[in-house]
Design a protein around this ligand. Structure first.
Ligand SMILES: Nc1nc2c(c(=O)[nH]1)N[C@H]1C(S)=C(S)[C@@H](COP(=O)(O)O)O[C@H]1N2
Ligand SMILES: [Mo]
Length: 538
C-alpha cells in the first residue's frame, strides 16, 4: 500500500504555509488591540536582537546598515515559512503531528512575548488566538485536501477522525490508489486561496488598526513652547554650502536612526510619564504637560553612535528643544554617592549616563523637539534624552519613561553586558564628504571638504594630507559652540593619477586624532578617514 503518495508533499506544504499565514494574520489583527510588540514575530525578533552577541550585531549593522531590522524580520519569516511547510507535510500524514508543531510554535512565540519588558498575560492573546486560527485552518485544509479522512496516510483513525471530523466510512485499504477521492486537488487549492484571503485581510486590517494614527495625530497636535533659552545663533559661515558636504543641520528625514526597536514604540503623550527615583530625596513624576511648562532650552547638538565606523554615517546634527535634565533632577534632589542615571525607554532599552556630565552645565536635555517640530516618532517621541559629548548608547534614550538615580557599581545598562564600555565619551573624529571615495576627478583645482566633531570640547583644527605627504591646514567653518560638528574645506590641485586623501582633527584641548585604528567596540572607532580618488589625464 503506497498510502504516502495519496496526497503529495506539496499539498501538505501548501496547507502548512497557508495555515501559518492565517495564524500570523490573525495574530497581527489581535495585536492591533493588545499592542504591536505582542505580535509574536516581533517578539521573537526582539528576543533575537537582545540575545545576539555583540559581534553578530556589529556584523548586522555593518552588513545591512539601517535595514538590519527588515533583514531580521525577513529572516524570522523565512524560518517560519519553512517550518510551517514542514508542519503541513506532517499534518497530512497525521493531523496530530501538525497540531504538535503549531503548539511548539505557539510556545516559542509565547515565551518570546512574555520575556518582553512589562509583558502581562493579556499579551499572550495574539499568539494564542493566532495559533488557534492556524490550527483551525490547518485541519480545514487537510480535510479539504483529503476528503476521506481515513486516507490520512498515518492511518491513525482517532487523530484523523476526531480532528478532521470526517466519518470513516470505509477502510482505507479499499480506497488505496483511488487518488481522485483521496486527494482533492481542486478543493485544496480553492481552500488555500480562501486562506490566503483571510490571512491577508486580517494582516492588513491589523496593520491599519494597530498603526500609528493615534500617536501621529497627537504628535501633530503638539504646540511647541518658545524656548526661554534660545539656541546660540548659528554664524552665517557655519554652512559652507559645498555640493556633497553634509549640511550643518541634518534634516529629520535624513537623520541616522539606531535603536534596538523592531517596531517603533508608539507612546501617546497624554499617557506619558517620566518617573525619577532611586538615590533621590523626593521621587518625581512628570507628565508631558509638566515638562512643556518648564523653562525650555534650545541647543544645537551633534549626536554620534558608538557603532559609527571611521568615515561612517551614524552622526547627525540637529536643533533640540527640551527641559534641562539638571533642573528636573534638582527637583528630585540627588543624593551623594550617586554617579549614574539609568534611563529606561518605553520598550525596555536602558542607558547609563554619568551624573557629573549631566549636571556640569552643558545642554543635557529631555528633548521634545527636533529641528522645530515635535520629535519624530522614530527619534523618540514624545521625549528623549540628548547629552552633548556622549555616544548615543550611554546618553540619548528615546521614548524615555524612567530614570533611576544609581551607581555604576550597582547597575548595568543594556549594552554593557553585551561587550560595550559602561561609559562612552565621544572620540574626536573627522570625515571627508567630498570628493567621495572612489570618485573620478578632473585634474586641477578641487575642493576637499567634510565635517569634524569633538562634542563639548570643540574642534580647533583640521588637517588634510594627500598621498602621505605634508599635513596642510584646512579652513574650519564657524560654529555656534563646542557641541556641534564643524565643517571644513581645503583646496587641492589634483594631478593626474590615483591619490589617497586623509584627514585628522585636533580638539580644543589640543588632542589630535590618533592614527591608531580601532573598531567601534567597545568604546568607539579611531583612526584617520582615508579615501582614494582617481584623477584623469589632463
Ligand atoms: N529607546 C532607545 N533609545 C536609544 C537607543 C535604543 O536602542 N533604544 N539607541 C541609542 C543609540 S545607540 C543611539 S546612537 C541614539 C540614536 O538616536 P537616533 O536614532 O535619533 O539617531 O539613540 C539612542 N537611544
Ligand atoms: Mo549608538
Amino acid at each position: 500500500m503506497q498510502r504516502n503518495s495519496v496526497a503529495p508533499a506539496w499539498a501538505g506544504a501548501l496547507a502548512g504555509l497557508v495555515s501559518g499565514g492565517v495564524a500570523l494574520g490573525v495574530a497581527q489583527l489581535v495585536a492591533a488591540f493588545v499592542g504591536p510588540e505582542t505580535f509574536p514575530v516581533v517578539a521573537v525578533g526582539d528576543v533575537t536582537v537582545d540575545l545576539s552577541p555583540a559581534p553578530v550585531k556589529e556584523f548586522a549593522i555593518s552588513a545591512f546598515g539601517e535595514n538590519d531590522k527588515t533583514v531580521l524580520i525577513g529572516g524570522v519569516l523565512v524560518v517560519l515559512a519553512a517550518v510551517a511547510a514542514l508542519i503541513g507535510v506532517l499534518a497530512l500524514r497525521r493531523l496530530a503531528y501538525g497540531f504538535a508543531g503549531l503548539a511548539a510554535f505557539g510556545v516559542i512565540g509565547a515565551v518570546a512575548v512574555l520575556t518582553r519588558p512589562g509583558a502581562g498575560v493579556l499579551d499572550l492573546l495574539p499568539t494564542l488566538v493566532g495559533v488557534a486560527a492556524g490550527a483551525w485552518a490547518l485541519s480545514w485544509l487537510v480535510r479539504r485536501a483529503t476528503p476521506d479522512a481515513g486516507a490520512d496516510a498515518g492511518g491513525d483513525a482517532e487523530a484523523s477522525s476526531s480532528a478532521a471530523g470526517a466519518a470513516v466510512e470505509r477502510p482505507a485499504v479499499m480506497r488505496a490508489g483511488d487518488d481522485l477521492r483521496a486527494f482533492d486537488r481542486r478543493r485544496l487549492l480553492t481552500g488555500a486561496a480562501g486562506g490566503v484571503v483571510v490571512a491577508g485581510a486580517a494582516a492588513v486590517l491589523g496593520r491599519q488598526l494597530g498603526g500609528r494614527q493615534v500617536v501621529d495625530a497627537a504628535r501633530v497636535g503638539v504646540a511647541l513652547p518658545k524656548p526661554v533659552t534660545p539656541a546660540k545663533p548659528v554664524p552665517a559661515g557655519a554652512d559652507l554650502r559645498i555640493n556633497g558636504l553634509s549640511s550643518f543641520i541634518t534634516k529629520n528625514h535624513d537623520f541616522y536612526r539606531v535603536d534596538t526597536a523592531l517596531i517603533v514604540p508608539q507612546v501617546d503623550p497624554r499617557d506619558w510619564k517620566l518617573r525619577i527615583h532611586g538615590m533621590v530625596d523626593r521621587p518625581v513624576e512628570l507628565t508631558y504637560a509638566d515638562l512643556l511648562a518648564m523653562p525650555l532650552t534650545e541647543a544645537d547638538v551633534t549626536l554620534t553612535c558608538v557603532s559609527n565606523e571611521v568615515g561612517g554615517e551614524y552622526v547627525g546634527n540637529a536643533r533640540w528643544l527640551g527641559a534641562r535634565m539638571a533642573e528636573v533632577l534638582r527637583k528630585a534632589g540627588l543624593q551623594s554617592g550617586a554617579d549614574m542615571l539609568l534611563s529606561t525607554s518605553a520598550d525596555g532599552f536602558t542607558c547609563g549616563t554619568p551624573v557629573d556630565v549631566v549636571m556640569d552645565g552643558r545642554d543635557a536635555l529631555f528633548a521634545i523637539a527636533m529641528n522645530g517640530e515635535a520629535l519624530p516618532v522614530e527619534h523618540g517621541f514624545p521625549v528623549r534624552q540628548v547629552v552633548p559629548g556622549l555616544y548615543g548608547y550611554v546618553s540619548a534614550t528615546k521614548w524615555v519613561v524612567d530614570l533611576k538615580v544609581t551607581r555604576f557599581d550597582q547597575d548595568e545598562a543594556y549594552w554593557t553586558p553585551r561587550g560595550w564600555a559602561a561609559k562612552g565619551p565621544i572620540k574626536t573624529q573627522s570625515r571627508i564628504d567630498v570628493p567621495k571615495s572612489g570618485a573620478s576627478l578632473k585634474p586641477g583645482r578641487t575642493t576637499i571638504a567634510g565635517v569634524a566633531w569633538a562634542q563639548h570640547t570643540g574642534v580647533d583644527a583640521v588637517e588634510v594630507r594627500v598621498d602621505g605627504g605634508e599635513w596642510r591646514q584646512a579652513r574650519p567653518a564657524e560654529v555656534p559652540g563646542p557641541d556641534t560638528w564643524r565643517q571644513w574645506s581645503i583646496d587641492w590641485d589634483a594631478a593626474p593619477g590615483r591619490h589617497t586623501i586623509q584627514v585628522r582633527a585636533t580638539d580644543a584641548a589640543g588632542r589630535t586624532q590618533t592614527e591608531q585604528e580601532a573598531p567601534p567596540a567597545p568604546d568607539g572607532a579611531t583612526g584617520w578617514h582615508t579615501i582614494t580618488v582617481q584623477v584623469a589625464q589632463a
